[in-house]
Design a protein around this ligand. Structure first.
Ligand code: NCD
Ligand code: ZN
Length: 430
């Protein structure tokens, strides 16, 4: 019998390099790992070419926009860009127009993702206005809830109740509402006004509520906040920009929340990463239209990263600072664990057949062409590996520079008939 899809190369995951071999896929699931390629309907054979076959990358913090913000990005353009950089699953943020904090808007968003996403997906719900709505949202196929600084002021009681629900993932933007002033200001004054004290105080506040939920602190930019989060038992992610960029640049392209820090802080953050204190990379891909990024004092915060960040952060591996296994933890297994997904981030029989095939080296410098946010600044052009293929649920979505127009994308939080039932929520303690 011919296998559905077979992908061969140097097999690797966060446990290390397993050697040359092939991943055999049926019905969206890895059904075998073999030494030689069996006969297959779809065969990608990169054996002996210095090409890695790894578990698919996961970005647990992206803004795909869509709905009323489709002029910035939508579920198709954003996930096309994700697929081109080897990302096989994204978790989308709820600060859309309208906000994803009612069952109605959330189902519209889930439908749009189901129709249009090229990679596995889920979405976080925004904090709603009532407890009844919060339990309605919690029963939907979401990855968790997202808490924004304004929620700590406007919906504090609901935040507290949600933090008390033991089986939920709560992703927190760690800044207090006082840091968020609608000021007309320069990047450097934002860096000063939105300093590390607000970030650390936000983590402190959440910790003081003694949450029973799984709390994840996203885009930690300050070493003090990172340390406080770990002390409380929270997981943390860091973005490429807070690791590798500094606050000196006044250009709108560098405006982001939380703001970029100085060289001392970004270096300490990098040190903490290399010491193993960070659970995942996440991009906070935050696309805006070019006209929204053009006026230095009033431009919208956010950096569009899909289509570039895994290739750029691989430079840490190339430089010898980060081991390949650790990189694969941070881009794949780590985010899978935070999301509570088993069968993601590992190369083994029974796992979901999401695969990223890449070759170390500078590769081609591609002009961004899939995301609607094409104003990717020059610093993102540095790439230390090239993605050759992206496979989602055993379907080749992206191959050597071309989107194939096919996908096997699912929302792993919707339990469906067939192969996907084999995936189950993973207990956070495992
Ligand atoms: C976010 C966005 O554009 O949605 N921007 C950002 O700089 N991270 C919103 C936000 O978190 O402030
Ligand atoms: Zn964000």
């Amino acid at each position: 019998m011919r296998a559905e899809t077979v992908v061969c190369g140097t097999l690797v995951d966060y446990r290390g390099v397993h050697g040359e071999g092939c991943v055999v896929v049926e019905d969206g699931v890895i059904v075998g790992i073999t030494g030689r390629p069996p006969s297959a309907v779809n065969l990608l054979d990169y054996q002996g070419q210095g090409v890695y076959v790894a578990p698919g990358f996961i970005d647990l913090h992206v803004h795909l926009r869509g709905l009323g913000l489709s002029y910035k990005e939508d579920e198709h353009s954003g996930t096309a860009a994700a697929a081109a950089s080897g990302i096989t699953m994204v978790a989308d943020m709820p600060n859309t127009v309208p906000r994803l904090s009612t069952a109605k808007t959330l189902s519209e968003k889930l439908q749009a993702l189901e129709r249009r996403s090229l990679v596995d997906y889920s979405v976080y719900a925004g904090i709603p206005g009532s407890l009844e709505e919060a339990s309605r949202l919690a029963s939907m196929p979401i990855a968790g809830f997202k808490v924004y600084p304004s929620d700590l002021l406007d919906r504090f009681d609901i935040v507290r109740a949600v933090l008390d629900s033991s089986d939920t993932l709560i992703v927190v933007h760690p800044e207090l509402p006082e840091a968020e002033k609608p000021l007309v200001e320069s990047n450097s004054s934002r860096t000063m006004h939105r300093g590390c004290h607000w970030e650390t105080a936000a983590v402190e506040l959440v910790a003081s509520l003694q949450p029973r939920a799984r709390v994840h602190i996203t885009h930690v930019s300050c070493p003090s906040a990172l340390e406080r989060a770990r002390l409380a038992g929270f997981t943390v992610d860091v973005t490429p920009h807070h690791l590798l960029l500094q606050e000196w640049d006044e250009d709108c392209l560098f405006r982001v929340n939380p703001p970029l820090r100085d060289a001392h802080h970004s270096m300490l953050l990098l040190e903490r990463l290399l010491e193993g204190m960070v659970d995942a990379f996440a991009s906070d891909h935050a696309p805006h239209a070019v006209w929204e990024k053009s006026e230095p004092l009033t431009c919208r915060p956010g950096i569009p990263w899909l289509e570039a960040w895994p290739q750029m952060l691989y430079c840490l591996v190339e430089a010898g600072a980060l081991g390949l296994s650790k990189y694969l933890w941070l881009v794949s297994r780590g985010p899978a664990r935070i999301l509570g997904l088993s069968g993601y981030g590992v190369l083994e029989t029974g796992a979901r057949a999401n695969l990223t095939v890449f070759r170390p080296g500078s590769g081609r410098v591609l002009a961004p062409e899939l995301s609607k946010a094409r104003h990717i600044p020059y610093f993102m052009e540095r790439r230390c590996m090239e993605v050759l293929a992206t496979i989602v649920g055993g379907v080749v979505v992206y191959h050597e520079g071309v989107l194939t127009g096919k996908t096997g994308a699912v929302n792993p939080f919707s339990w469906r008939e067939g192969a996907h039932q084999r995936l189950h929520r993973e207990e956070v303690s495992s």
